[in-house]
Ligand binder design. Structure first.
Ligand SMILES: Nc1ncnc2c1ncn2[C@@H]1O[C@H](COP(=O)(O)OP(=O)(O)O)[C@@H](O)[C@H]1O
Ligand SMILES: [Mg+2]
Length: 260
């Protein structure tokens, strides 16, 4: 259980549109790895190819040396993968606690029939899972909200709920898609501390998509920059920030956005 991720020449095409082209990189166990690039570069699509929400058109995705491209998200969860989404999809009329528990039943023992009749074993396992979910909410400053309905909370707190949901899967490899987007500055500092703890206390490998360069610089060991679906460069965050090609990609994008 290490949390190593390797991509070899991952390509993704929809009809004639090339969304990803031969993307290769390796994330070492226990690294915090950044994936950056202008809007539309293909970052979320690449996460989808890793998490089983998209099947790459070509190329290989390995988790701890095992090929997993094309596997379903539930299978990938058993390989230790969990993720959050750029736009959290919560059950807004359920409580925060129920939202954290969504999906976690995959971790429990027993088949569907055993769950339907609720044996003592499933009842005990479910109780333990609820206690774990509450503990995660407490540790992420959301314990007070556990029994509130999700739609009573802010966008920033929705991101926290999603993170707790992902962590309840006990991942060894965690993908975070724009976790700081829309957060006030004070909460970005908290997020940085949280991700650091995931590495040091929980031994999780983290891949993080973010536009917040302060966060990327503070957290990551290494980054890959994507542009138009292809890898533009790989290096430290500082190297990326001073790389002429990267600056050009962002400026070109701003100019195009301004013109639109
Ligand atoms: N399911 C899909 N069908 C068609 N095009 C898609 C699909 N998913 C993503 N794309 C396209 O892939 C490109 C990259 O999008 P995305 O991965 O969301 O970029 P990023 O996360 O870097 O902003 C966009 O042009 C987007 O329209
Ligand atoms: Mg995205």
């Amino acid at each position: 259980m290490a949390g190593e991720l390797t991509l070899q020449d991952v390509s993704l095409q929809f009809g004639g549109i090339k969304v990803l082209q031969d993307v290769s990189f390796a994330v070492e166990p226990n690294q915090i790895f950044g994936l950056v690039g202008p809007n539309g570069a293909g970052k979320t699509s690449l996460f989808n190819c890793i998490s089983g929400h998209y099947r790459p058109t070509a190329g290989t995705v390995l988790i701890d040396g095992t090929e997993v491209q094309g596997a379903r998200p539930a299978t990938l969860a058993r390989h230790g993968l969990a993720r959050t989404f750029q736009h959290p999809a919560l059950q807004l009329h359920e409580t925060v606690l129920e939202n954290v528990l969504l999906g976690a039943h995959a971790r429990l023992p027993g088949g569907a029939l055993e769950w339907a009749v609720r044996t003592p074993r499933t009842r005990r396992a479910e109780k333990e899972l609820r206690a774990e979910a509450l503990d995660l909410l407490e540790r992420n400053g959301l314990g007070w909200a556990a029994h509130l309905q999700a739609d009573e909370l802010s966008h920033g707190l929705h991101k926290g709920i999603e993170l707790c949901r992902a962590l309840l899967m006990k991942p060894k490899l965690l993908l975070l898609d724009e976790p700081a987007a829309g957060l006030p500055h004070s909460e970005v500092e908290t997020l940085i501390a949280t991700v650091r703890r995931l590495r040091t206390d929980d031994d999780i490998t983290v891949v993080i998509v973010e536009h917040h360069m302060g966060l990327i610089a503070a957290l990551t060991d290494r980054v890959v920059v994507l542009d138009h679906g292809a890898k533009l460069m790989e290096g430290t965050a500082a190297e990326a920030q001073s790389d002429a090609r990267v600056i050009e990609a962002y400026i070109g994008k701003d100019a195009a956005d301004d013109a639109a």
